[in-house]
Design a protein around this ligand. Structure first.
Ligand code: IPM
Ligand code: MG
Length: 386
């Protein structure tokens, strides 16, 4: 056997060991955290980089105002976590520097601004995305992304598997030799069951009647095939909720089909398809800048804007004009998640008024529009008037 194959086999064996160890960790991790039982809920506020610090500050200010009483009572504590910048990550040569990770792990939930993901050709070393690393480190297995356009009958909630699929080993592919590169995709029983259950539980709690599984199981037979068969098995535990099954290619088409798309309610899908389909879906609602995103695990949860860090806005001095609405939407999800549903409803209502109904201020991303801080003030004034 050639040296190249031997070396690749060794790397593959190490990958398998690591994945099997992860399966054991997942199996051991049974219980979901119960926020109502905590003395203090610690909210980490992590600005990230690019426009991240500017928009995160706006959302932080709103949350602090809404939760002022709770902070006073000691029920909630905010902790600002700096240091998740591309410069620091490059310096540490890690997706998340150790000290930042320790600070994140000392929180219960995290509000996170966008972080720059190095890609081939950038001046940075090609380190793993901080997003992807955080999802793995904190085992945030469910990426829940709602998309709503009421006037078009669109009300979708995507449950994107967030720690496996093509992302699990996205930075650990193997260049076997100059001619051959191999990447891997991962499906585990435990990892799939937990995301599919999360989707069905959500459907049950919210009176939904259908969960749609999206895969490419006709071609990616082993891993997508396993994902789909687990969807079918779990569906049996939920009488009254129908499972239907679509392939990702036709699903991307059907989201544009005005007759068909209103039938989708809850969708569950492997990581990469979820990444792609949720960008398409958000476009109907006004683009990725309008959507919030939550990343849930059993112990931790992280809420983020779903757009990127827009470094060009910073070099052009325009970060203060960046739109904070996506991370403010994420803040609504955070409030709901930790049990402050009335505050979440208020914030959501104010956001809808400011963004879609009253529109006293507009954000253009330049000095022709409002700054993020001005928009945050507008939202707070609107909340006060509700
Ligand atoms: C998302 C983003 C990330 C992903 C990037 C920034 C790594 O596109 O949250 O959808 O691919 O998951
Ligand atoms: Mg994406």
């Amino acid at each position: 056997m050639s040296e190249a194959i031997l070396a690749a086999k060794e790397k593959f064996a190490a990958i398998l060991e690591k994945q099997l160890a992860r399966v054991e960790r997942m199996k051991a991790d049974k219980e979901f955290i119960d926020y109502s039982k905590l003395d203090t809920i610690i909210i980490g506020v992590c600005g990230g980089d690019g426009i991240g610090p500017a928009i995160t500050k706006a959302a932080h200010r709103i949350l602090e105002t809404l939760l002022a009483e709770e902070v006073k009572k000691g029920k909630v504590e905010f902790r600002v976590i700096d240091g998740l910048t591309i410069e620091n990550r490059v310096k540490a040569n890690k997706a998340i520097p150790d000290d930042v990770l320790a600070e994140l792990k000392a929180c219960h939930v995290i509000l996170k601004g966008p972080t720059t993901t190095p890609r081939a050709g950038d001046p940075w070393p090609n380190i793993e995305s901080a997003n992807v690393a955080m999802r793995k480190e904190l085992d945030l297995f469910a990426n829940v992304r709602p998309v709503k356009v009421p006037e078009q009958g669109i009300d979708w909630t995507f449950f994107r598997e967030n720690t496996e699929g093509g992302y699990a080993l996205g930075s650990e592919g193997i260049h076997v030799n100059d001619d051959l590169a191999i990447d891997f995709t991962v499906t585990t029983t435990e990892g799939t069951e937990r995301i599919v259950r999360a989707a069905f539980d959500f459907a049950k709690k919210n009176g939904k009647t259908r969960v749609t599984a999206v895969t490419k199981a006709n071609v990616i037979k082993t891993t997508d095939g396993k994902f789909l068969s687990i969807c079918k098995k779990i569906a049996e535990e939920y009488p009254g909720i129908e499972l239907d099954d679509w392939y990702i290619d036709i699903m991307t088409a059907k989201l544009v089909d005005e007759k068909r798309r209103t039938q989708f309610q809850v969708l569950v899908l492997p990581n990469l398809y979820g990444d792609i389909l949720t960008d398409e879906a958000a476009e109907f609602q006004g683009g990725v800048g309008t959507a919030g995103s939550s990343n849930m695990g059993k112990r931790y949860a992280m809420f983020e804007a779903i757009h990127g860090s827009a470094p060009r806005m910073v070099t052009e001095g325009r970060d203060k004009y960046a739109d904070p609405c996506s991370i403010i939407r994420a803040s609504v999800m955070l409030l709901n998640h930790i049990g402050y549903n009335t505050l979440a409803d208020k914030l959501e209502k104010a956001l809808d008024i400011c963004m879609y109904q009253e529109k006293k201020l507009v954000i253009t991303g330049r000095d022709t529009g409002a700054t993020g801080e001005e928009f945050a003030d507008y939202i707070m004034e609107t909340i006060a008037s509700l």
